[in-house]
Design a protein around this ligand. Structure first.
Ligand code: AKG
Ligand code: FE2
Length: 240
């Protein structure tokens, strides 16, 4: 069953709480402070490097393209030079690795992403061992409160996953997956609301093998903006 995570359920919670066993998903209510969240958004904006997000769309490692049917937000990556200049970046990255129990050398560049009204990210899996991008876990932290929408969702049943597929036909109507799914809000859709400082840690592999149940999406933002910081972890160091 889904665990409703309303704005209020988390009040007073300390540390990590397991909100789903399969897929394995943990939530922390105050992983970053308000000040840390605000400084991270500032760093992203001031970098001048916010750009439209791409999606992997082929069988070659460099086949990344813009695809508004799948993903429509913007983001930037924190570089080594940014980290050297900012004790805040060093501190929050170390905290993310400590929480995931994965050494820092296995982290990809920290990503800071922004979704504006209407922007979303369709159902996907973060790990692609078949294309050389195996990622055992993902840690994301919401940097602001989203007025409406922008939840992170995990379908807990096959039926709901089918209901949420990126584009499908239902009778003679074309349905756009996550938009439709977030609107319908089936009970078997694990839904985590974006709240400043809240973190979601989820595991893309189980005993080393890709866990198909770790498929997830970002609901469209309906009002306001959504900012998230994300860290992906690897099994072995590659150049990402
Ligand atoms: O923004 C979110 O809630 C999820 C984003 C996501 O899944 C991704 O960027 O891989
Ligand atoms: Fe993802």
């Amino acid at each position: 069953a889904a665990i409703p995570l309303s704005a209020s359920t988390g009040q007073g919670e300390v540390g990590w709480r397991r909100v789903s066993e399969s897929p394995l998903v943990l939530v922390h209510e105050k992983f970053f402070s308000k000040e840390e969240c605000e400084e991270l958004m500032q760093i992203a904006l001031e970098s001048g490097r916010m750009q439209e997000a791409l999606v992997y769309s082929g069988h070659r490692k460099d086949a990344f393209q813009r695809d508004d049917q799948v993903r429509s937000n913007s983001h930037m990556y924190v570089e080594r030079e940014d980290e050297l200049k900012s004790s805040l970046l060093q501190r929050v990255i170390a905290r993310m690795h400590h929480a995931a129990k994965i050494p820092e050398r296995l982290g990809e560049k920290l990503q800071i992403a922004r979704y504006q009204e209407g922007e979303r990210y369709e159902m996907h899996h973060d790990s692609g061992p078949e294309v050389g991008r195996a990622r055992p876990a993902t840690l994301l932290v919401y940097l602001n409160d989203v007025e409406k929408g922008g939840e992170t969702v995990f379908p807990l049943t096959r039926e709901v996953l089918l209901q949420c597929r990126p584009i499908h036909h239902q009778g003679d109507q074309v349905r756009y997956g996550v938009d439709h799914c977030c609107h319908v809000q089936p009970p078997e859709l694990l839904t985590i609301q974006a709240r400043q400082g809240r973190a979601v840690l989820f595991f893309n592999h189980l005993d080393g093998k890709k866990d198909a149940r770790a498929v997830h999406a970002s609901c469209p933002v309906l009002a306001g903006q959504k900012w998230v910081a994300q860290r992906w972890f690897q099994f072995e160091k590659t150049d990402l």
